[in-house]
Design a protein around this ligand. Sequence first.
Ligand code: DNO
Length: 358
Amino acid sequence: MAQLKMGFRWFGEKDDDISLSQIRQIPQTKQVVGALFDVPVGDVWPQDKIDALKKQVTDAGLKLEVIESVNIHDDIKIGLPTRDKYIQNYIQTIKNLSKAGIKVICYNFMPVFDWLRTDLHHQLADGSNVMMYEQDKLPQDPEALMAHMKSGSNGFSLPGWEPERLSALQDLFDAYQDVDEDKLIENLKYFLDAIIPVCEQYDVRMAMHPDDPPKPLFGLPRIFKNEEDMLRIEKLYESRYNGFTICTGSLGENQNNDLPAIIREFVPKDRVPFMHVRNIKFVNQQGDFHESAHPSSEGSLDMYEIMKALHDTNYDGYIRPDHGRNIWGEDGRPGYGLYDRALGITYLLGLWEALEKK
Ligand code: DNO
């Protein structure tokens, strides 16, 4: 049976209340998706810290081959003259990661902040908690938004929302004033032109993550919202090293996006080294949604068709369950509990096994 390279996101010994030994007991899950969370964005990731993380994971009987994320300094996204320095740092990080056997780097090109929700603790009828997005509840300004995300985080730092990265928020917004979609694409191309040859040489594949939610917010441009955007990004640099993370939840938040079709377009072209799989449930016509139970045909996306598309296209990249519910008394980092993501893995593996035997 073609094995899925199943992984589980882990925030490190210091920042995660889930242990590697717990992850090891999830069936058929060998990959830890990790990162260094204490290196400021833009700095080179030191070899010794990477090696220490690698050793920790391998000592626990697991593998570290995917990094999520090496974040991109805003000067690169804005296109400031200082970007060259940060790009050189990024290149050095790629080389260091390659030395530790890393094969895939997940990253995003979202201005200022990463993913976004309006409620991090929406309670479902069964008493579990999920994250939710309701357009009308979006805080009015970026500062309020930052405070809002922080207050709902159960005291954990949320990936992409690290306060030190988002200090001086208003200045950052001002710096993006002249950056529209075309400019942002141009700056992505500049970045890819510099790094992809290095990735090719060092055998590290870049996997760009979609914008979440996939629409412009606070006047900031968004360049990875749908299939059309992907066709544009893929052409910026023709190489299997310029790839995508297909995140079913993020892309699925736009009801016009057809996930199985997107998988069938890009997997055969060898542009998808990494998959994030989760379900969401739309609650109204306007497209407000919450994230739904992980092992789920309860959500609005058809998990069977998504896995079938991966199976039909002989997907052999890495895959991980994405945000799940907090259940059974868990009160940890929103979206990243142990139980529901583990249930999600068994559900996905079950679908896969059935597809294999058909
Ligand atoms: C949120 C995550 C994102 C994702 C980055 C990838 O939970 O899906 O923070 O890791 O956008 O760079």
